[in-house]
Ligand binder design. Structure first.
Ligand SMILES: [Cu+2]
Length: 188
């Protein structure tokens, strides 16, 4: 009786440990899913049905070459944010941001003051740059505006009215800007 109980206890302990480990892995994945490199076996989001967007539509694509196949989520290369045009006429415009990568991404619109060059902002200790002065962002999966990040395979969008000037489109998920996720847009 006592021996059986001990064996049972050991078995129960192992089973409980396995279950708790699984649960915590899932919990971690859920909590950090928006900002952490994905690739733990989670399927990419289904392609979105985007609505008719007003004004000039600027197609922005987020790419990366991350994920387990490329050496693990901590080693991510080829992070880029590209737009289908370098200039656009001022007025109302929509940014349709498609995530063609394996990680979550976003797009934030920041003015480029003076002669500042895109890609030269200083990254803070959190791996992000200061978003003060943001004019809008597309960071939601299959939705407009702010969110927890656009999942791989999905799109997000935002409509803004921009005056003539220089702007920088960036991804401000931790480490993404310094990895190369920025591009300049000139509004004429
Ligand atoms: Cu990004």
């Amino acid at each position: 009786m006592t021996r059986l109980s001990r064996r049972a206890q050991v078995l129960l302990g192992i089973v409980a440990t396995l279950i708790l480990t699984s649960v915590s892995l899932v919990a971690v994945a859920l909590v950090v899913g928006g900002t952490t490199p994905r690739g733990f076996g989670f399927p990419a989001a289904a392609p979105c049905t985007t609505p008719a967007l007003p004004g000039t539509v600027i197609n922005v694509t987020a790419t990366d070459m991350g994920g387990p196949m490329m050496g693990g989520p901590r080693r991510v290369g080829g992070m880029r944010l590209t737009a289908d045009r370098a200039t656009v006429q001022h007025g109302e415009m929509a940014f349709l941001v498609t995530n063609a990568g394996r990680l979550a991404h976003e797009m934030v619109i920041l003015p480029l003051p003076g002669t500042q060059i895109a890609g030269t902002r200083v990254t803070g200790g959190d791996g992000k740059i200061d978003e003060t002065g943001s004019l809008g962002e597309a960071a939601a999966t299959c939705a407009e505006g702010e969110g927890q990040g656009i999942l791989p395979g999905a799109a997000g969008w935002v409509t803004v009215t921009l005056s003539p000037g220089r702007y920088e489109l960036i991804c401000n998920l931790p480490g993404h800007y310094i990895a190369g996720m920025y591009t300049q847009l000139t509004v004429t």
